[in-house]
Design a protein around this ligand. Sequence first.
Ligand code: DGY
Length: 322
Amino acid sequence: MAELKNMTVVTSGKLRKTAYDLLDANTNLLAWKESGRTPADVFDGWLAQADALYSIGNIKINGALLDKAPNLKVIAQASVGYDNIDVAECNARGIRVGNTPRVLSPAVADLAYGLIIDSARKIARGWQHVASGKWGERKGLGFGVDLAGKTLGIVGMGDIGSRVVKRALASDMRVIYHNRHRRSDDAALGAAYVSFEELLQTSDFVLVTVPLTKETEGMFGKKQFEAMKQGARFINIARGKIVDTEALYDALSSGHIAYAALDVTDPEPLPGTHKLLTLDNITVTPHIASSTVETRDAMAKLAAENILAGLNGEPMPAEVKA
Ligand code: DGY
């Protein structure tokens, strides 16, 4: 590896040790060591000197930010989603962008499967019931439904979606999916390709795993929820903005959608006073799909490797292009 100690890498938040050690050993790393967030003036001062930016996904990376970083060559974000980054603007300025696909897929698929089960069996609701002293009033919780024999419709069949298929098949579900392109391995995978409309009309459980793009923003609104089966369940582990929150609220309030389990929301974070949280047919987790020790370590390492490769002018292990 070429000498990179004269290259300055700045960070938008706390780094995990796997990334910190790699970047600190090889570059001039500027990372906030005190508690709390990096103060804005300090971060702006760092950007002015930055050759690379390590993002934890907590900032909008657009022309305004790039104007503050005239020497920037590489951005690596420790997430698979990069909807907060204007990649076209970065590429137009000669800045390479990396993300962290694949390493998080098993953890995200596990959480998706967990939310599918929760939406069927009300695990989180059951805990709430017991914790509020209502064990003896189990009837108030109502029955759940079986997964076996039900149809799971997966919207977006990438690495995460295909791992959810395996988990769903273990529960004896039938799996259908919709993607921009039909996968050539879908028969081997055990999932049948259908149109978006057919998926909505025939799924008992709809799982969203598509990235947030101009095309997918607001993909689930009033019309789509109405097209879903009466009593269907809705699970989103992708991005909150793919769903019209008002429309979801209405569909859950009327009972047309029996249950929603969401790891992502719009807005995010979801305020504790938000009306979605007044419903008793919803579970919300705070965007924790990739939050395991092993996965976050692997994501951090891959993001750091993206930076080192990018600064060296080598192929990045995971580069995204506009
Ligand atoms: C990602 O990496 O985009 C996920 O949302 C993190 O959980």
